[in-house]
Structures are given as structure tokens and as C-alpha cells.
Design a protein around this ligand. Structure first.
Ligand SMILES: [Zn+2]
Length: 310
């Protein structure tokens, strides 16, 4: 892939990637493009859950199997744990989820409470958003906020107002899915501004280049949000390559595709810049609870450049 030539030697941290929905091919391509770490925020499954055990197993997989699967491609995997806004509207279930959250947020690799906030901006969403801000404050963890697609400007302002009302330091809050309409207020108020490069709906990376030209690289970070939908797990390295072609400095590229996310989420005490500068050693014969990523006699690390598949 041509764009890889522009970014050779660079390291990337995709701070919003729903890896449970992605394949091993995606992991391999991400590693090959320089992605050294990801954050997987807890979200929905694409269809309604029928009970709290579905959340329990999902949270356990985020700190367990998925973290292991990622490590097998040399990518450090972190997650944020929370009750997402969409599912906050199933009140009976939401109450049960709130009860199990404290069992997961203190686990190794959990770098924040997320992704939480507003979707349709309902009273139930507000209730559980507030309760989880309190949880994050108590645990001294960063918060990863999902901002709504509909009525985004108002939803984003409201999310920040409520976080401040609960006494959270804006420096502990990452407001995600920003666009040209929201970025100024988020930065002016001292919050971190995440941008999701997502084909057709959220942001294109040409628009992202313009934002960095206008606002610089301070407290801005980009991600792919790669999930069940049509999305691109290489959105972060591709955006870096485009920035490079458009004359953005290596320093600014590094800040928005790697270092700002490290600084923001290092406040959890679960990761550090020193650690992320070191490569993760890969041994695909390792096991997690007795399982490997290899199936029936597969050899570790398949050579992707070969057209023959054995
Ligand atoms: Zn998400």
C-alpha cells in the first residue's frame, strides 16, 4: 500500500477501535501500518442484549480474550468500560449493569470509563451518564465521551456542562466524535478533542487535515472507531499519511495520532509513553485460557505478501 511509504517508522495509537468486531486480517494490517496500541471502548453488540450476563461476558472479553488476541499481533490493547448511551435506555438492565461496573473498571488494561454520554439525549441517558461520571471520579479514571450524531452541538455542550457540574477536571475527559462545529468549544474549555475518521458519516480525513491546520495539535487526537459498520481500521495511519502529504509537521502528526492519546489515558496509571515506545514481543503460540489464535495446525504469523494460502 503506497501510503505506508509516507509514514514508515511512525507509531500510532488508535484510541477508539471496536476490535471485537474486526478480523485477524485487520489486526495484521494495523500492525503493519505502525499501530502499536488501541483502546476499545465498551459499546453495544449491534442488537439488543437480553440480560446482564451478556454485559458481564462482553466486559470480561475486553479485559481478557480481545486483549490477548491483540497482543498476538504486537498491538497493546486497552479498554474503557461503561454502559453506553444507547443501552442506558433499557432501564431495568441499566440498573444491573451499574452494579457490575465496579467489578471491571479496576482491572488491568482499563484506562477509563467509556464510552458514555448521549445518543438520543433522553432522561435515562442523562441519569446513567451522571452516575458513571461519579464512578470515574471515585476511581480517578479518565472519561471517554460519545457525542450524539443528531443535534451534536447541543449534545456536546451538554455533556461538558454535566461533567463540570460533577466536578470533573476537563483534563480527565476525552470528548469524542468531534467535528468543525464542536471543536472550538471543546478545546476552549480545556477538554481533549477526539475525532473519528469514519467513511461517509462522521469525518473524512481531508477535513481532519484542515482542522489540524487551523487549531494545531494541542489536545487533538484521531481514531477510526472501526466497528460492525463500514469503517476503516487504518484510518489513523492513513490520516497521518495525508497530513504528511499536505505539509503538516512530523511533530504535529505524532501528537494527534499517538502522543496526545498516550498523555490523556496515561492518567489512568495503566500505560505510559516509555512503555508504548517499546515493541511488544509476539509469540503466536501463546495461549489464553488454553486457546490460541491459531486453528488446526496453522503456523504462527502468516506471510501476507504471499498469494498462496496454505
Ligand atoms: Zn464507539
Amino acid at each position: 500500500m503506497d501510503f505506508l511509504d509516507d509514514i514508515r517508522g511512525m507509531k500510532f495509537f488508535d484510541m477508539h477501535a471496536h476490535m471485537s468486531s474486526r478480523t485477524t486480517d485487520d489486526y495484521q494490517a494495523m500492525a503493519d501500518a505502525g499501530i502499536v496500541a488501541v483502546i476499545e471502548p465498551a459499546f453495544w453488540l449491534g442488537q439488543p442484549r437480553t440480560g446482564v450476563d451478556s454485559f458481564r461476558d462482553y466486559f470480561a472479553s475486553l479485559v481478557g480474550w480481545e486483549r490477548f488476541r491483540s497482543s498476538q499481533f504486537g498491538i497493546r490493547h486497552y479498554c474503557t468500560i461503561g454502559l453506553n448511551s444507547k443501552e442506558s435506555n433499557q432501564i431495568e438492565l441499566a440498573e444491573q449493569v451499574m452494579e457490575i461496573l465496579p467489578l471491571f473498571i479496576y482491572k488491568e488494561g482499563v484506562v477509563g470509563v467509556g464510552e458514555i454520554g448521549f445518543d438520543d439525549q433522553t432522561p435515562a441517558e442523562e441519569k446513567y451518564y451522571r452516575a458513571q461520571l461519579e464512578l470515574a471520579k471515585e476511581a480517578n479514571l479518565p472519561v471517554q465521551i460519545h457525542t450524539p450524531h443528531r443535534d451534536k452541538k447541543r449534545g456536546t455542550t451538554r455533556s461538558m456542562d454535566i461533567a463540570v457540574e460533577h466536578g470533573l477536571d476537563p483534563g480527565m475527559v476525552i470528548v469524542d466524535h468531534n467535528n468543525e462545529e464542536t471543536v472550538k468549544e471543546v478545546l476552549d474549555r480545556g477538554f481533549w478533542a477526539g475525532f473519528t475518521i469514519y467513511p461517509f458519516t462522521k469525518m473524512g480525513n481531508e477535513r481532519m487535515v484542515e482542522i489540524v491546520k487551523q487549531y494545531g495539535s494541542h489536545r487533538i487526537m484521531v481514531n477510526s472507531a472501526c466497528d460492525w459498520g463500514i469503517s476503516d481500521p487504518l484510518a489513523v495511519p492513513k490520516t497521518a499519511a495525508l497530513m504528511k502529504q499536505k505539509g503538516i509537521s512530523d511533530h504535529d502528526i505524532r501528537m494527534v495520532t499517538f502522543e496526545n492519546a498516550v498523555t490523556a489515558f496515561a492518567q489512568s496509571g495503566q500505560l505510559s509513553l516509555d512503555e508504548l515506545e517499546q515493541p511488544l514481543t509476539i509469540d503466536q503460540s501463546q495461549k489464553f485460557n488454553g486457546s490460541t489464535i491459531l486453528r488446526g495446525g496453522q503456523a504462527p504469523r502468516i506471510a501476507k505478501e504471499s498469494i498462496t494460502i496454505r
